[in-house]
Ligand binder design. Structure first.
Ligand code: FPP
Length: 252
């Protein structure tokens, strides 16, 4: 029996975030270059995106390139950028067909101009889609994002459009790259590393974490179903007691 049949469609996470890890190790196991792993990782990106949208998940956020990834060898960075460019160009039609909107978070200005341009085009072309928002985190790190938000808040205060007293969690959240999205309820990381690696640090305060032993290029539909099923078995208490949750029947 597939985990898909066990999923409660009325209790889906609205927003799933994924740290796609293990492309390099997957390739090494096959005695291939790391870039071979990235190439196969694109198939998993497509499958996770289509699977999440088919189920009814509203937001899928993928950690595709971190601020720290700029420290990798130039050859690997170039290959990743090439793959990204190719994927944006070829996948936009499919995103439209599936009614999926493309979005990005991160320091997009630091990306090569050709990627910025094709991202801009793809974002525009998919902007009217409503089934799911696919967000690619590119040249992203959570500490970078929090610092940008802080700088923007300070500017607003200097220009007297905001006062320090008005700052609360929801105001701060609205200054983050993810300002228009709900926080993820489920964060998946593949390849048996138990780290967050500077991803969505503010947004995951109450997120359920799920670690898959699969390397990202091996992560298939069924693995996503399993992660969602596992999420649905958990009791989310948000600081309350289990008894309070049972009594209130409220899961927030
Ligand atoms: C982590 O594996 C993966 C990445 C740094 C890049 C992810 C990119 C893709 C899946 C392809 C392009 C993406 C899109 C959105 C089209 P790793 O290299 O850190 O693997 P390792 O930990 O085994 O070395």
């Amino acid at each position: 029996m597939s985990f898909k049949d066990k999923i409660d469609l009325d209790n889906l996470p609205q927003h799933i975030a994924i740290i796609m890890d293990g492309n390099g190790r997957w390739a090494r196991q096959k005695r291939k270059p790391r870039t071979f792993g990235h190439k196969h990782g694109v198939t998993s990106v497509r499958e996770a995106t289509e699977t999440a949208a088919e189920l009814g998940v509203k937001y899928l956020t993928l950690y595709a390139f971190s601020t720290e990834n700029w420290k990798r060898p130039k050859f690997e960075i170039d290959a990743l950028m090439h793959l990204l460019l190719q994927s944006i160009r070829t996948e936009t039609t499919k995103l439209n067909k599936n009614n999926i909107r493309l979005n990005t978070i991160g320091d997009i200005e630091s990306l090569p101009v050709a990627i910025r341009k094709s991202l801009k085009d793809a974002i525009e072309q998919t902007s009217g889609n409503t089934r799911m928002t696919l967000t690619l985190a590119l040249s992203y790190s959570a500490r970078w994002e929090i610092i940008q938000a802080t700088k923007n808040i300070v500017r607003e205060i200097q220009q007297t459009r905001l006062s320090a007293e008005e700052i609360n969690e929801s105001v701060f959240s609205s200054f983050l790259n993810t300002g228009s999205m709900p926080d993820p309820e489920l964060l998946i990381r593949t390849s048996s590393d138990f780290r967050i690696s500077n991803f969505l640090l503010w947004q995951i305060a109450y997120t359920e974490l799920y670690f898959s032993p699969k390397f990202w290029p091996d992560f298939r539909k069924e693995d996503l179903y399993e992660a969602i099923f596992d999420f649905q078995q958990r009791e989310r208490r948000f600081g309350k007691t289990g008894e309070q949750i049972l009594k209130d029947g409220i899961n927030d």
